[in-house]
Design a protein around this ligand. Structure first.
Ligand code: YCP
Ligand code: CO
Length: 283
């Protein structure tokens, strides 16, 4: 796994609780809905324009601007300024996941140079999971994670579990990573990641999944995606396996439209896509 823990922030619980209460009533955007089944939403605190609706991640020249949401979240804004070197900070967003999956994908494929992404859980539960390629892990509260988002990854919150996390994107190179985090948020001994062990996917389970070729259609395509996208969180498979299964399921359906949809969806998530590109999966 290339993502790693850089440090740990010890939160002021009552100040954090006040900001979390504000988040509970904040107007999160539906940007990136094409990657989502269930609920995954974002809220922009810092971008290039200061406009909260300007929620599509991309590089920009010039100094960062805070949105109205940053001003309504004093503790989180203070953490950003005090725990990180913000000279190269370009985007700060809150991600919220609840009873949903952010389907396996790679980030920064739309832009020339990947950013350095840091993610910190502000509120989480044991059933909030994250994956990178072959691994599944939990980000514990306050852990400062470097996320290697150029590699295929996914996030999931089972059942009623909820996670709020702070996502920071810096326009710099990963070799400057340690300098981005102030010493107050660094720990001498970095704890090992809370990895989630899973059983292998059995032959019977795989053939049952592929048997969905007999029932898949344009109306339940997204339901099948939802099912396949969660498998990695309880069976030891790679984050990209779901796309091979989806293609095989669609091939078995012999429906040319579905076969094309499966290829398009894989390319969109883990291949190439352009800025602002959308790909609507029918509900
Ligand atoms: C981003 N990419 O990097 C998003 C997050 C999935 C797609 C969600 O801003
Ligand atoms: Co991502």
């Amino acid at each position: 796994m290339h993502s790693r823990i850089l440090g740990r922030i010890r939160f002021d619980e009552s100040r954090l609780a006040r900001d979390l209460a504000t988040l509970a009533t904040s107007p999160f955007t539906q940007e990136y809905a094409d990657f989502v089944v269930g609920k995954w939403q974002s809220l922009v605190l810092i971008n290039g324009s200061g406009q909260a609706e300007d929620a599509h991640f991309r590089p920009y020249d010039g100094r960062l601007q805070s949105t109205e949401h940053a001003r309504r979240l004093p503790y989180i804004s203070e953490l950003i300024a005090s725990q990180f070197d913000t000279a190269s900070l370009k985007w700060a967003r809150i991600f919220f996941i609840h009873d949903g999956v952010l389907v396996s994908h790679r980030d920064f494929v739309e832009i020339e140079k990947p950013c350095v992404r840091i993610n910190i859980a502000l509120r989480t539960e044991p059933l909030c999971l994250h994956s990178e390629e072959d691994d599944v892990f939990r980000m514990r509260l306050g852990e400062v994670w470097y996320l290697e988002a150029t590699r295929t990854h996914s996030a999931c919150a089972f059942a009623s579990a909820q996670r709020y996390s702070l996502c920071l994107d810096f326009e710099t190179s990963p070799k400057d990573l340690d300098r981005l985090v102030r010493s107050s948020a660094r720990t001498d001994t970095v704890s090992s990641p809370d990895l989630v062990s899973r059983q292998d996917l059995s032959k019977d389970e795989l053939s049952a999944l592929l048997g969905l070729g007999a029932v898949i259609n344009v109306h339940n395509f997204k339901d099948v995606v939802a099912l396949l996208a969660r498998v990695q969180f309880y069976r030891r498979v790679h984050a990209e396996s779901m796309f091979a299964w989806l293609e095989e399921i669609c091939a078995r359906s012999r429906d040319l439209e579905l076969i094309a949809m499966a290829v398009r969806y894989r390319d969109f998530c883990i291949g190439k896509r352009s800025l602002y590109q959308r790909l609507d999966l029918r509900d």
